[in-house]
Write a protein that binds this ligand. Sequence first.
Ligand SMILES: [Zn+2]
Length: 490
Amino acid sequence: MKKVLGAVGVLLLAVGVVAAIVLVRTWSTPPLATAAPTGSYTPLKLDEGEVVQRFAGAVKLSTVSTGEAPPSTQDLDALHAYLAGQFPRVHRELQLEQVGHGALLFTWKGSDASLPPIILMAHQDTVPVDPDTRARWTRDPWSGDVQDGVVWGRGALDDKASLVSILEAGEQLLQQGFKPRRTIYFAFGSDEERGGAQGAMAIVELLKQRGVHAQLVLDEGGAYTNGLMPGVSGDLAMVGIAEKGYVSVRLSVQAAGGHSSQPPPQSAIGILSQALVRLEAQQMPARLAPTATAMFDALAPMLPFPARMAVRNRWLLGPMLISQLSKTPSGNAMVRTTTAETTFNAGVKDNVLPTVAVATVNFRILPGDSVADVLEHVRKTVADPRVTIAPGDEQADASPTSPVDGEGLRLVRETIQQTSPGVPVVPYLVTAATDAAHYVPVSTEQLRFVPYHLTPTTIERFHGINEGIPVSDYLNCVQFAAQFMRNAAG
Ligand SMILES: [Zn+2]
């Protein structure tokens, strides 16, 4: 009896110790680091009407990448001519090169060649307007109308706000006599919406040939968000420190076909369906990658008590945290390589057995997993020699993760604190693809942030209907780009 009591006592003591550690860790969450010391900040004095009109003019010019082709040379030339007219000093005083298919590389030479350069990125192309939804646009998608405090049009958010604001910031800084200490590149791809092969990748090749290695690239892929993070209210500056990889896998089954009156036990459709059911049922394992832990560390002070307890005690509650995250599509995308079955084609007639069935499964790869890991997982999970498995041509491993204590994130954080004081900076994993990933061979850090505001409503404008950006956000993009250059190269 004594022994039993002794064992119970030890158990209770252990539970007590664990509970104490959990509570102490939860209560000792470091406060928000929103007031770190920063250098001085004087906003640019802008003629806002003119600045906004210069931007709206670029939105009026269609530069669409479709499934088949990047924007035409003619469309890109028209945009280039417009930008040259609006930003004459940038075009006169910086070196400008056209690279690949109409990509633009501006070089603003720094005075100190020993400092690694920085690269500000954006892309010139936009997605098309879906003809099926065209009627739901309240204005012409290429009107560039400025109404109700918003600049409307395809590409206003993605990504011409970033593109034009960088040029505007450069023009304003030149007018002030700003001379960068380190070299600043403006690198503007032309086919980001198609993967960047003829734009960003061509610029990267050129920089490689020249032996350029930048400290950082700053691209799209993060923003101020509000209402997109469950349990947290107020603005958050979500800065992408990595992006997921990509591969689509084609599964196909060949069969004898024939009349449906005397079918075999399984048709091509049945065999393929079984493989697809297995892939959904058994997904790649979930884990907290460094991108997720960096995000939770930043969010911890803002989370309600139970969530804070879980993220502050990942040593104990990690598995519970992962299982909770896995329950929502956005949380699940954060903790694992996702499996999305996207196409299925088979059969021609109700009384004919199909001779072939084909499906596509799209995987978005978590940092730490690779394309090879995905293919291995598919083979093992399907485990059926009747199913042929073939990866698509478009493949990318997940990007490396930029350090949370690196110079790049420090500069981004400082600029955010100056231009939007008090907004917490949250590093995170971008689940979509950006051109920034191509720059890994020529830069130490790749960061993704454009300072406009996204809410559950406005995020739908991305690639969506009635795309537009508030004037205040656009002006903030100009201030941010200028201040970032001053902080990084002043
Ligand atoms: Zn974009």
